[in-house]
Design a protein around this ligand. Structure first.
Ligand code: CO
Length: 134
C-alpha cells in the first residue's frame, strides 16, 4: 500500500543554523525558511536526488513539535512520510487493522499542499508516520 518515501522530517531548535549545516557542511540544495502558521511550524525543504528532508522549527505557542524538542534539545527525527495513492482508502484499511489515526481522523492539507494524515507511533514501531496522497 505505501509507496515512495516522500520525506524525513527533522525537528530542530534553530532552523537557520540547521539549514546552514545542510547547505554549507553537507552541500545540499536547501530552500528558504517558510512559516506555516496553520501547522505551527516553520519549514525548510532539502531536496536530495531520491527524497526530501524537511527541517521543522516550532512556530507560535502551541506548536505540535514543542514537546518533542523539550525531550530532544538538539533536535531529532520527528516523522517519516510515505506516499499513498488514495489517502481515504489507506486510512480505512489501516483503521480496519486496528491502527490509530491522530487528530480528527480526517486528512488535512499538509505542508506540500496535499492531503495528509498522521498515524500513532505506538502502532508503527515507535515512529510517527505521515501519509501523503501522491
Ligand atoms: Co511531514
Amino acid at each position: 500500500m505505501i509507496g515512495r518515501l516522500n520525506h524525513v522530517a527533522i525537528a530542530v531548535p534553530d532552523i537557520e543554523q540547521a539549514a546552514k549545516v545542510y547547505r554549507d557542511t553537507l552541500g545540499a540544495e536547501v530552500s528558504a525558511v517558510v512559516a506555516q502558521p496553520d501547522h505551527g511550524v516553520s519549514t525548510v525543504f532539502i531536496t536530495l536526488p531520491n527524497t526530501k528532508i524537511e527541517l521543522l522549527e516550532p512556530h507560535g505557542e502551541d506548536s505540535p513539535i514543542a514537546k518533542f524538542l523539550e525531550r530532544n534539545g538538539d533536535g531529532g527525527i520527528h516523522h517519516i512520510c510515505y506516499e499513498v495513492d488514495d489517502i481515504i482508502a489507506s486510512r480505512d484499511r489501516l483503521t480496519g487493522e486496528g491502527a490509530r489515526v491522530l487528530g480528527s481522523g480526517e486528512p488535512k492539507i499538509g505542508a506540500h499542499g496535499k492531503p495528509v494524515l498522521f498515524l500513532h507511533p505506538k502502532d508503527f514501531c515507535g515512529t510517527l508516520v505521515e501519509l501523503e496522497e501522491a
